[in-house]
Ligand binder design. Structure first.
Ligand code: CTP
Length: 387
């Protein structure tokens, strides 16, 4: 029996138990006509953190070394980018064969890790080298490889300008976040509109962070200067009215609502059907009406356990106005920022914010990346959940 030590997630999560899949050697999973998934080796190989073969026969070692892919295990080896660890066990003569040793050297040169067999009594009742190493020893070496992989992920994250521990948690698994992002556009006529400077960067940062921490994420997206992150569901909504409708449709499925969009507060009462001409018009007076307040309505319609979080972009008396907003809109949390400060506000990659919560905490944060702020916001969600 060969065993694959795998974990389902794409991300390394050192505190989560690993999941072990065992595959009988003699079963041709992939190429069996009865197999409902004809590309199981591809699907399976994408989710592996470590491909561990225990015990490995001379045959499978030879296949791996030569790129032969005629069964499920050897095809998985070829299709996977995960680290590979092999713990061979075989008869001493087979082990010592130049062909076997050559294959092992080739695999080591390819970066495959080996847990060498030890001397002892073998299945064929002879005594010599070829006995499988103690399982505890194999597991401890496998965990070492996994922890090296974790360190590599952390290093890559730091180099990419993100916090080292990004992508290492799964603490929002089970949460479903619905987030409004970007600015809205309110039509004046088919050519012109009223809008604002929102880039969508803050909302997308929250979406990305939540996705990385295991949440299901849906963004209701207005006009943005950047693309939404991969792995989140995107619903487009250009005007405040469209955004309102999209949010109300999705709300029942959400456990957390985050209003990160800069929703236009007013829209033209009657958008013209045809382009407004300037001929004989020195002045143009637009009548505007209030748009529906999405955040307030979400708050009114909230179900038990749903958290409602808003942003307050202010230019003065930031915390005071944010607190008033939190009370008026009945929010669990509000993220207040002074958009006049350098490094905060629209279209920057950083922000300076104070997180206020319903229970009275007031966390004043220094200048940080929007992604780091997103993680701080998510940390506060977890604290509310814990309380
Ligand atoms: N918001 C919303 N729908 C609106 C207006 C605002 O959902 N029509 C949300 C924003 O997404 C944000 C919060 O309400 O999370 C606060 O938005 P902000 O524009 O700062 O406050 P307003 O309530 O519009 O009040 P004011 O503009 O007077 O400060």
């Amino acid at each position: 029996m060969s065993q694959l030590l795998v974990r389902r997630s794409h991300r390394v999560q050192p505190h989560r138990p690993y999941q072990v899949f065992s595959l009988p050697d003699d079963q041709e999973y992939d190429y069996d006509p009865a197999n409902p998934d004809p590309i199981a080796h591809i699907n399976f190989s994408q989710d592996i953190d470590l491909l561990l073969i225990v015990p490995a026969t001379a045959n499978i070692i030879a296949k791996f070394a030569n790129g032969v892919a005629d069964d499920f295990l050897s095809s998985t080896y070829l299709a996977s980018t995960a680290p590979v660890m092999i713990a061979p066990a075989m008869n001493t003569t087979m082990w010592e064969q130049p062909a076997t040793q050559r294959n092992i050297q080739r695999l080591k040169a390819d970066g495959v890790h080996f847990v060498e067999p030890v001397a002892g009594e073998l299945a064929c009742k002879t005594v010599g080298t070829g006995k499988l190493e103690d399982v505890e020893n194999i597991v401890s070496q496998a965990l070492k490889v996994l922890s090296e992989k974790t360190k590599k992920v952390i290093k890559e994250n730091i180099e990419a300008g993100r916090n080292g521990d990004f992508a290492l948690k799964n603490d929002l698994s089970g949460e479903r976040l619905l987030i409004t992002v970007g600015g809205t556009r309110e039509a004046i006529d088919p050519v012109r509109f009223i809008s604002n400077h929102s880039s969508g960067k803050m909302g997308f940062a929250v979406a990305e962070a939540a996705r990385d921490r295991g949440a299901e994420v849906t963004v209701v997206c207005g006009v943005t200067a950047v693309e939404p992150p991969n792995g989140v569901a995107v619903i487009n909504a250009v005007s405040a009215r469209e955004m309102f409708d999209a949010v109300m449709k999705e709300l029942a499925n959400a456990t957390v609502f985050v209003g990160a969009a800069a929703v236009a507060d007013y829209a033209p009462t009657n958008a013209a059907d045809a382009k407004i001409k300037k001929e004989n018009q020195d002045k143009l007076i637009l009548e505007l009406k209030k748009t529906p307040d999405i955040l307030s309505e979400v708050s009114k319609r909230r179900k038990k356990g749903q958290l409602v979080i808003g942003f307050a972009a202010e230019t003065n008396e930031v915390v005071t106005y944010a607190k008033i907003k939190m009370g008026k809109k009945d929010l669990d949390m509000v993220i207040a920022n002074d958009i006049t400060k350098e490094g905060a506000g629209f279209n920057t990659d950083t922000n300076i914010a104070t997180i206020l919560t319903r229970v009275g905490s007031e966390i004043e944060l220094p200048l940080m990346s929007k992604r780091a702020l997103a993680d701080r916001i998510l940390d506060e969600i977890l604290k509310i959940r814990a309380a």
